[in-house]
Design a protein around this ligand. Structure first.
Ligand code: FAD
Ligand code: SF4
Length: 518
């Protein structure tokens, strides 16, 4: 790994090492562009990663204080990671592409009250080659001749129930998990600890892939436990350095030629807003007042069936199967956009603490004694952008870095409520069709795992933060490089789309640097 001086102003500073930042760092380093990656979290060694959900939650999760309003989890509204590899350590690697109509949400759905709907400034055809590259890079099953993973019992139940209802688009999903040894990593052993980081490294995480490849070049330096606290700029409106806090609390300033922010939606917003100055009084790159607005999160409805026979849903990959029949747009269902059913094996702890938190005592004990008979899924649906769903800074509360705590305000749009009601009934029917003794379908109680949309791309600087490549309209050498870029989100898990956008961004940055424009 290279080492660059704090005064080296020829480096690109990438903030965050997750799906967006890790990928961008590697792509630039492979092109011979010098990169310093600042990552707030620690770097775990292989032995630090163990098959234990509780231990790994402590090691991976971002627990710095955040506050939610309007949503179920006021104290823990958002679930992301603080570690090298970012949330690709926790993620379960489901990688469906967005559908063509979802890139044209405004044209397809029409005007919907109280939304900030737009069409993407990209045609589906423009992103298609980057989807191809992303799938190949990540080794996504079901693409490029990579065979799909086998279905576990949780999948078999999902599939049988879905077929009983007449659904047909059911398979073991496109996942960024090796089904054969690939990229120097082994194939999946079906151990069932995907959210614990995957000890064998069969699951794509930037810690195991992008960071490692970048370190093999002479152009990349990773600085773990380095929390960016401010992006500085010159009088000419160009960013020129980043202040960051190291593990001991000392502040350093790294000079930069270009800065790319990839902190995941909440932290990306917080950093931009905290970097306000007399020239940018509302926050960096925020002349449009759009930074932090249009915050979107796919709803995640949990549904658990107590089946007549043992399922042992915890065995095998978390993302073991998907049903895609409801993901199209059909206003006759009473809402715009669509949704997906995906398997998930909730742990006993998550069931007790979150999913069935209204149950207690004997009733809960009775239910939990039948854990081996449970089948479970999550239902994810499209969320629509609303200006009022917004991340801001707390006016008085600060965290241990002395930064204002992020405030996350989110409320379901009526379209989402109608979709949830419809989707919940369908999910329950899947398990009922197989004779489930009981089906639990509580409210959407999870902290958001898919966080998107707060610095969206667009052509009009008045209603977007970035141009179609993620370069901010206000500051030419400042890029946003994570899920914040998505102007609408479809119903598909977002990371494949994030990686595709970042591959496109890396090409663009490379061209601009070669032309000497930046
Ligand atoms: C349990 C779980 C399951 C998921 N499953 C799926 C799935 O199956 N499919 C899917 O598509 N998506 C899934 N996701 C979502 C997926 O992980 C995210 O979409 C993706 O990781 C987002 O990438 P990112 O680059 O925006 O942010 P991240 O991957 O979160 O990376 C951001 C990084 O920036 C660092 N950082 C933040 N602020 C600073 C700062 N100021 N200074 C320095 N570093 C900073 C963070 O520590 C972090 O490492 C899941 C998420 C969770 C929690
Ligand atoms: S099931 Fe596969 S992807 Fe998940 S932790 Fe085990 S080996 Fe890794």
């Amino acid at each position: 790994m290279a080492e660059f001086d704090l005064t080296d102003d020829s480096v690109v500073v990438v903030i965050g090492s997750g799906a967006g930042g890790g990928t961008l760092s590697n792509e630039l380093a492979q092109r011979g562009i010098k990169v310093v990656c600042l990552e707030a979290g620690k770097r775990l060694k292989p032995n630090d990663i163990v098959n234990d959900e509780a231990v790994m939650s402590e090691r991976l999760t971002w627990f710095d204080r955040r506050k939610g309003t309007g949503i179920a989890n006021a104290q823990f509204p958002v679930w992301t990671c603080k570690t090298v590899g970012g949330t690709t350590m926790h993620w379960t690697a489901s990688c469906p592409r967005m559908q063509a109509h979802e890139f044209r949400a405004k044209s397809t759905y029409g005007m919907i009250d109280n939304t900030n709907l737009v069409d993407w400034p990209l045609e589906p055809l423009e992103i298609a080659p980057y989807y191809e590259r992303a799938e190949y890079k990540m080794g996504v099953t079901g693409t490029h001749g990579i065979e799909r993973l086998p279905g576990n019992n949780n999948y078999k139940v999902l599939e049988a129930g879905a077929r009983a209802l007449g659904y047909q688009q059911i398979d073991t999903n496109n996942v960024a998990i090796n089904s054969r040894p690939r990229d120097g990593r082994p194939s999946c052993l079906q151990l069932g600890f995907c959210t614990s980081g995957c000890v064998v490294q069969a699951k794509w995480s930037t810690l195991y892939t992008e960071i490692r490849s970048a370190e093999a070049t002479k152009y990349f330096e990773l600085r773990p436990e380095s929390m960016a606290v401010r992006i500085n700029h010159t009088g000419q409106g160009r960013v020129n350095s980043v202040d960051y806090r190291d593990a001991s609390g000392q502040i350093h300033t790294q000079k930069a030629r270009l800065v790319c922010v990839a902190g995941n939606a909440v932290e990306t917003t917080r950093l931009l807003l905290n970097s306000h100055s007399p020239e940018f009084p509302n926050g960096l790159a925020n002349s449009s007042d759009q930074v932090g607005r249009n915050y979107m999160r796919h709803f995640a409805l949990p549904i658990i069936g107590l089946m007549p026979g043992p399922v042992n849903m915890h065995r095998g990959t978390h993302q073991a199967g998907i049903i895609k029949d409801e993901r199209h747009h059909d206003p006759n269902r009473g809402f715009s956009g669509g949704f997906l059913f995906l398997t998930v094996p909730f742990t006993p702890e998550i069931i007790g603490k979150i999913v069935l938190r209204d149950k207690w005592g004997d009733e809960l004990a009775q239910i939990m004694s039948r854990y081996d008979h449970m089948a479970a899924m999550l239902v994810h649906g499209e969320d629509l952008p609303q200006a009022t769903n917004r991340i801001t800074l707390h006016p008085s509360e600060k965290d241990e870095n002395g930064l204002p705590v992020p405030l996350i305000h989110y409320q379901d749009h009526p379209n989402t409520q109608r979709m949830k009601n419809y989707a919940r009934d369908k999910g329950v029917a899947i398990y009922r069709a197989l004779g489930a003794h009981q089906v639990f379908a509580p409210e959407d109680v999870f902290p958001a795992t898919h966080n998107m949309g707060v610095a969206r791309i667009g052509r009009n600087p008045a209603d977007s933060v970035c141009n179609p490549w993620g370069q901010t309209h206000d500051v030419a050498n400042l890029f946003i490089s994570d899920g914040s870029l998505l102007p609408t989100v479809g119903c598909e898990n977002p990371t494949l789309t994030i990686v595709a956008l970042i591959l496109r961004q890396a090409d663009y940055i490379d061209q601009l640097l070669k032309k000497g424009v930046l």
